[in-house]
Design a binder for this molecule. Sequence first.
Ligand code: URA
Length: 430
Amino acid sequence: MSEQFDAVDIITTKRDEARLSNEQIDWVIDAYTRGAVADEQMSSLAMAILLNGMDREEIARWTAAMIASGERMDFSSLSRPTADKHSTGGVGDKITLPLAPLVAACGVAVPQLSGRGLGHTGGTLDKLESIPGWQADLSNEAMLRQLEDVGAVVCAAGSGLAPADKKLYALRDVTGTVEAIPLIASSIMSKKIAEGTGALVLDVKVGSGAFMKDVESARELAETMVALGTDAGVTTVALLTNMQVPLGLTAGNALEVRESVEVLQGGGPKDVVELTVELAREMLAAAGRDGEDPAAALQDGRAMDVWRRMIVAQGGDPDAALPTARETHEVLAPADGVLTELDAYKIGVAAWRLGAGRARKEDPVQAAAGVEMHAKPGVTVRAGERLLTLHTDTPERFERALDVLDGSFTIAPEGSRPDLLPLLIDRIAD
Ligand code: URA
C-alpha cells in the first residue's frame, strides 16, 4: 500500500521549525501505531518536537490522533457526574487513595485509571496491591458496574486506550525525549480524554521529586493540559503543588496505604489532608457539585465507608493486616536544630532502592519496603532522635539506600526557617 506521506519529510518539517499539518499529524501517529513509521524515525521526530516545540493547534491534533488510535470509554449511562484526578507524579503521593472514595462519598463518580510506578515515583496500583486480595484488572463492564454501585474505581488502564501513546511513551523513555512539554501534555491528556471523564483536576507537581523542577515549566505544562482538556469538552483545572519535599510521612506501598487509612479515619499528616480536601473541592466544583463539603465527609466516616466498599469490590480485605518489612534501619539526627530540607527526589530513590519501586516494567515490587519520615521541614530535632526509618525485606539494600540519602536533609541552627514553596502554589483554569 502506498503511504500518504514520507516520514522523513515530516521529520525535516519539524527539524526546520515549521508547523506540522493536521494531515501529517494524523498520518504519522497512525502509521507509527501500525508499524509503517519506524522507531528510529519516530524518535527523531520526538527529538525535533522536544527542541522546536508545537503550537496549541498542533498539540490538540496530536492528542486527538492518539485518542483515535484506540477505544473511548463512555460513562454517560451513570446516574451521577464523573470527575478524575491526574497527578504528574511525586514521592509519597498517595492522594488518590483517600481522594477517590472521598469524592464518591460526596456524590461524584471517580473513574481512576492508574498505572504502576517506574523509577523513583510510586504507582497507585502498586500501593493498592499491598492490600491482601486486591485486584487491579477489571473489565470495562465491571468498572462501570462498580462506578454505579460504589462510586469509585481505581484500576489498571486497559491496553485499548490510546495505544499510540503506549508505544510512543516507551520510545521516549529510552531516547531522552520524555521531557518535551507538548509530548507530556498530549500523552497524559489523550488517556484522560479517551477515558471519558466529564471533569478533570490535574495535580502538577513542582520540585526535585517531580518531572517539572521549576514553577515556570510546571505552569507551562499545566496551561497546555488545561487548554487540551477544555478544547475536548472536559472541564479541566490544574493545581501546581509542592514536590520539593515528599508528601506525608511515608514513601512505599503498604506504608502509604497505612497513612491513607489514617487520613480516612480523620487523622493523618496535615499536608496529605490539606491536598486531599483541596483536590476534592476542585473535582466536586468541576463536576457541578460545589455545595458538598469534603472536609466533613472525611471526618464523619463517609469517605471511609466508600473506601471499604471500593476495596471489597475488587477482591481486597480492608481489615487484613498490611505487610510489614522483615528488616528496618534507623537514620538519626546528627545534631540539634531545625530540619530545613528533606529532598523529595532522594527519599524517592531510597524507597525505590529499598525495593518499593522497579527499574524495569516487569520487575516485582516489595509491598512493605520504603521510607518512613519522623520529621518534616520546620520541625526542631535533637541529636540522636530518629529522622527516618528504612524498611525492606532484603537488608543488603540498606547500603545503596543510605548512599542516596547522604545529603538528603539539612539541620540548621535553632531559629532557622525552611525556604520552601507553599504546598499549594497556583491554580490554572482556562
Ligand atoms: N505521564 C504520562 O502518562 N506521559 C508522559 O509523557 C509523562 C508522564
